[in-house]
Design a protein around this ligand. Structure first.
Ligand SMILES: [Zn+2]
Length: 309
């Protein structure tokens, strides 16, 4: 039996579920399962036959405990982001520079308002955009602030997090919240997974791209868009919410991003028992650009009297 190296912790299934034994054929086979998801590694090979006297079949995949992917401890997350604080910034689309820019595109018009509400987009007093990260249990984990100009591009200043904003940073809850190892501990749009349990999950880097793609492609019940936050945002601690989904990854258009997300796709596929596609040919674009850039660029001609993207 060849050794299969597994990137996750496993153990023998401790429920009463049995499979047909690959050796004796009787339904007495206890599968080796992943510790987190309880899914069999491969119930046609890995596990142990209960007929220890007569059959003795046993094969276990080994865990590769040396990889940093396996050894890295999960981040510690302390206090929640204050929902009361975020309420002050939620909405305000008539003053939001990014929303006003997107309103110039006919191809987004039908779904834009609904999508903004769905992702709970907000606005800072200066017109910058608030992108809240709400997890699978409806807990607000972080609010990213992006200062988009009237051309849709990000300005140099004002790109940060709401808890660091001068109007917020001295509030009582912030001190505890700041003790966390990481602020972005979930996907952007993760809260939508429970609302649409059958939907295909499309993952991009930026929250901006989720908004543009959701509005452009529509069909939201069947296609959810999640943001990983960054190139290195496909972390193991975020995988749990993706179990049993069909998943499409849309890396930004650069060789580095495609290579990294292709490697992540394999890990997600094993961990989540999911089909994971890396969508590269679907959108060949300018080096360093992303799907939102491509959609907006291709539809710039629609803009009325417009400053193009
Ligand atoms: Zn057997």
């Amino acid at each position: 039996m060849s050794n299969k190296y597994l990137p996750f912790k496993t153990h023998l299934d401790n429920t009463s579920k049995k499979y047909n034994c690959p050796q004796c054929g009787k339904k007495t086979f206890v599968a080796q399962v992943y510790a987190d998801t309880k899914k069999p590694v491969d119930e046609t090979i890995y596990g142990r036959c209960d007929r220890q006297e007569k059959c003795k079949y046993q094969a276990m995949g080994k865990t590769d405990t040396t990889s940093s992917f396996f050894t890295a401890p999960p981040p510690t997350v302390y206090g929640k982001f204050s929902g009361q604080t975020y309420k002050r910034y939620h909405g305000g689309y008539e003053r939001n520079n990014f929303v006003q820019y997107l309103k110039g595109f006919d191809c987004l018009a039908e779904n834009l308002e609904h999508v903004l509400k769905m992702y709970y987009i907000g606005t800072l007093p200066d017109g910058a955009t608030c992108l809240p990260y709400i997890d699978n249990e409806n807990i607000l984990r972080a609010v990213q602030t992006k200062n988009f100009g009237s051309d849709g591009h990000t300005k140099k200043n004002g790109n940060s997090f709401l808890h660091a904003h001068r109007e917020v940073k001295d509030e009582a809850w912030v001190a505890d919240y700041k003790r966390s190892d990481i602020k972005v501990s979930c996907f952007f749009g993760e809260h939508l997974l429970q609302k649409f349990p059958k939907a295909t999950v499309n993952i991009v880097e930026a929250g901006k791209t989720c908004i543009v793609a959701s509005a452009y492609f529509g069909d939201i019940e069947n296609n959810i868009w999640l943001g990983a936050y960054s190139l290195i945002g496909l972390k193991k601690y975020k995988y749990k919410c993706l179990v049993d989904r069909e998943i499409n990854l849309y890396p930004d258009y650069s060789k580095n991003a495609i290579d990294m997300w292709t490697a992540d796709a394999e890990k997600i596929s094993i961990y989540c028992n999911s089909l994971v596609n890396v969508m590269i040919d679907e959108y060949t674009g300018v080096e360093g650009s992303d799907l939102a850039d491509k959609i907006l660029k291709e539809n710039t001609h629609q803009r009325v009297g417009g400053v193009g993207g």
